[in-house]
Design a protein around this ligand. Structure first.
Ligand code: SAH
Length: 351
């Protein structure tokens, strides 16, 4: 396969129409191609039997249909399936398919590695290798859908919470959203898509102005700027005060509720006093707090918050009128969290 060919999955419907026009073809062919890609889940242009042979050849000449190579597929006792996929240039990424009673959810990766440097996270350990093309993110959802085809089920929702900082690969992430959301594409409703950011402020303003009905999450993890800077170096560039301003702008502009992700790191940010301070910070905002008991990362020395302290933290927020949930864990037995499988694999590579 020619590695330099663009992934056909990277093209929004309109972009595909434009390409067809420029190549002397009828734009309505774009819908046919989308149908082959997203409804019939074709793996080659040859299969696209209602297109002329010259058009199929032109497509094959310029594009590839990204087929991610499955290196590892692990199924957890709770039904979660974790994939390690290999990209055309040999890098590997993780995708997680979660099987909830309310539907199937896919967690996608947006970058090979990450350069944000959060002190608790496995994804950032080897730094950033490269951005993913939009089509390489789309292909992760297509692969999971194919796994579900065998069971007669569909991908109901998508969370952009895998490896990478989606707002550091903004344009590709946005194309991805538009492609999977399109009714001629995978037709995943905006309200069933969630994007999470560590807090790249200019992009939060930009995203607010896109006016999409997407669920939006912010990785907060600390109730004050000093502590947040210790946990997340990005807070030195994009400070908590300014982040909260951007979040307010987002809520005003879209009318939507935001989620704050708050990892509980034992003895670091998990006391009742921290919960009170968090309540002070976000009271009055249209929001929801998602508490994440820390996922153990061997390279990091954070420890779990004991259960009773987790509940005390939750209760404190509830008493202050804040919407809060404790994140249910999936695939704990298969390293399903945040770059852990890839980190393990990379370590084995360098042995
Ligand atoms: N880069 C984006 C998307 C990742 S979402 C972001 O930061 O929001 C994954 C979530 O899990 C983020 O909230 C991240 O901060 C959190 N996380 C990362 N490592 C973790 C760990 N070891 N324990 C608990 N949460 C973790």
């Amino acid at each position: 396969m020619d590695m330099n060919k663009k992934s056909i999955y990277s093209l929004q419907l309109q972009e595909l129409k434009d390409w067809l026009s420029e190549n002397g073809e009828k734009p309505f062919r774009a819908e046919q191609i989308y149908d082959w890609l997203y409804k019939k889940r074709a793996v080659s242009f040859e299969e696209m039997s209602n297109l002329s042979k010259p058009l199929r050849e032109k497509l094959a000449d310029q594009f590839q249909i990204t087929t991610l190579n499955t290196v590892i597929q692990q199924t957890s006792s709770d039904g979660t399936i974790k994939f390690l996929f290999e990209l055309h240039d040999g890098f590997s990424i993780e995708t997680v398919l979660m099987r909830h009673d309310y539907g199937n959810s896919v967690c996608v990766t947006t970058q090979v590695g990450c350069r944000i440097g959060c002190t608790f996270c496995a994804s950032t350990l080897g730094g950033l290798k490269r951005h993913l093309e939009a089509g390489e993110i789309v292909a992760q959802v297509v692969k999971c859908q194919k796994a579900l085809d065998e069971l007669g089920e569909r991908v109901d929702s998508v969370v952009i919470m895998g490896i990478g900082e989606p707002f550091d690969n903004y344009n590709n992430m946005l194309s991805f959203l538009k492609i999977i959301n399109h009714d001629k594409g995978l037709n995943i409703g905006a309200r069933h898509i969630t994007v999470s950011t560590s807090g790249i402020i200019p992009k939060i303003y930009k995203f607010a102005d896109e006016n999409m009905q997407i669920n939006f999450a912010i990785s907060l993890h600390a109730p004050n700027t000093e502590l947040r800077s210790k946990l997340m170096p990005i807070n030195k560039a994009f400070k908590l005060d300014d982040l909260m301003k951007a979040v307010r702008y987002y809520i005003d502009k879209t009318g939507r509720r935001v989620s704050f992700e708050y990892g509980l790191f034992g003895g670091v940010n998990d006391s009742v006093e921290h919960a009170e301070e968090l309540a002070d910070l976000i009271t009055g905002l249209k929001c929801h707090v998602n508490l994440i008991p820390v996922n153990y990362v061997p390279e990091r020395d954070y420890v779990r918050t004991p259960r009773d302290k987790i509940f005390a933290f939750e209760r404190t927020l509830k008493n202050r009128g804040i919407n809060v949930t404790i994140r249910r864990e999936h695939g704990h037995d298969i390293d399903a969290a945040c770059g852990q499988l890839r980190a393990k694999e990379r370590k084995e590579e360098t042995r």
